[in-house]
Design a protein around this ligand. Structure first.
Ligand SMILES: Nc1ncnc2c1ncn2[C@@H]1O[C@H](COP(=O)(O)OP(=O)(O)O)[C@@H](O)[C@H]1O
Ligand SMILES: *[C@@H]1O[C@H](CO)[C@@H](O)[C@H](O)[C@H]1NC(C)=O
Ligand SMILES: *[C@@H]1O[C@H](CO)[C@@H](O)[C@H](O)[C@H]1NC(C)=O
Length: 316
């Protein structure tokens, strides 16, 4: 059975909806409170687990992330949100902390603005912690590791460690957060790189094709590069023959765009579903179309629920 191990941070968002954005020292009553688990890798895994379940294919899914104390309410909340088919044995618990990495969001209904205050007191995973996690898990022959491009120095050490000790492992990385020096070094070591629109724009690219063609030179070891571009869709470059394919974003006229949080993570889930569950029977055009349609279905609904079932007819 193939395995996908995703390495990245987990967040808990608390969203307070208010009529208007409060002034300093103002007292205000919120009309609703919503809590949801976020984080790029957990989001992708949540979607992938649904796809695997609905297609009745076999794929083992694991998360390596830093959690607060094992017995804390927030850890229970996070683990419940992930469901039982995501293996968290490699997760790292900070026993002296009870709060997860958190975002507190004030959502003003009047202007639709979202003001965010972050709190994160959990120290990041160290290379030594990663190394000891890997020591504890069995890696099958067909194994992918995906890294959220977060802490470039540590991530680079992790990638080089895998290359040395587990040379058959395939490695991917996502470049999302603009202006984080060192992310390019991760891309240069990966087999597959995902470029997010925000990163590409901040790097001066005006289109996904331009980003991919230009990054192609900077990533001599990579095999595939993907770039997503919101309402413009997504593109994929296959290194071996320098062929670039792109697909326009899904447009379903009777639906409004309601929630784009995690669209990129959903796209990544779709690509992995193609790569790991349909590597031989779907060509790259089909893999890209599937991921793009999956992400397009996500933005017309809140959260990730039910994405597996809406895609069932595309999964044969
Ligand atoms: N307005 C939209 N309409 C249809 N699909 C969309 C829209 N916004 C995003 N998507 C889908 O989600 C994918 C990722 O979008 P993007 O905005 O680049 O991600 P993120 O902002 O989460 O990094 C796109 O490639 C597309 O498939
Ligand atoms: C390039 O190679 C990929 C992967 O082998 C293949 O799917 C695609 O059809 C090729 N494209 C062209 C234009 O030859
Ligand atoms: C890829 O597969 C689709 C069917 O899923 C087919 O229509 C298309 O022609 C194929 N593309 C290539 C380049 O083989």
């Amino acid at each position: 059975m193939a395995q996908l191990v995703m390495v990245g941070a987990c967040y808990v968002d608390t969203i307070l909806s208010v009529d208007h954005y409060p002034g300093e020292d103002e007292k205000l009553r919120a009309s609703s409170l919503n809590r949801r688990r976020g984080g790029n890798c957990p989001n992708s895994l949540e979607v992938l687990q649904q796809l695997v379940h609905h297609s009745q294919t076999d794929l083992s899914l694991s998360l390596i992330s830093v959690f607060p104390k094992c017995e804390s309410d927030s850890t229970t909340f996070i683990r419940q949100s992930l469901g039982s088919s995501i293996n968290c044995d490699g997760c790292i618990y900070r026993q002296d902390h009870t709060e997860p990495a958190s975002s507190y969001v004030i959502h003003s209904q009047k202007t639709n603005s979202r003001t965010i205050v972050n709190y994160n007191d959990l120290s990041e995973m160290t290379f030594e912690e990663f190394e000891s996690c890997i020591g504890r898990v069995q890696l099958p022959a067909n194994c992918w590791f995906h890294f959220e491009g977060r802490i470039p120095d540590t991530t680079l050490e992790c990638i080089l460690f895998l290359r040395e000790h587990h040379p058959s492992v395939m490695i991917s990385v996502e470049l999302e957060k603009p202006g984080r020096p060192g992310l390019e070094k991760l891309a240069a070591e990966a087999d597959l790189v995902f470029y997010a629109k925000g990163w590409a724009q901040a790097s001066g690219y005006r289109s996904m094709e331009e980003c991919l063609q230009s990054q192609s030179q900077a990533t001599p070891k990579s095999k595939y590069l993907c770039c997503t571009w919101g309402e413009n869709g997504a593109a994929l470059l296959t290194k071996f023959n320098n062929s670039c394919i792109s697909v326009p974003a899904l447009k379903i006229s009777e639906f409004e765009i309601v929630d784009t949080i995690g669209a990129g993570d959903t796209f990544i889930a779709g690509i992995f579903f193609g790569l790991l569950c349909h590597n031989d029977d779907w060509n790259w055009t089909r893999k890209l179309r599937f991921a793009n349609e999956l992400a397009g279905r996500k933005v017309i609904q809140n959260g990730f629920q039910g994405l597996g079932s809406v895609m069932t007819h595309h999964m044969e």
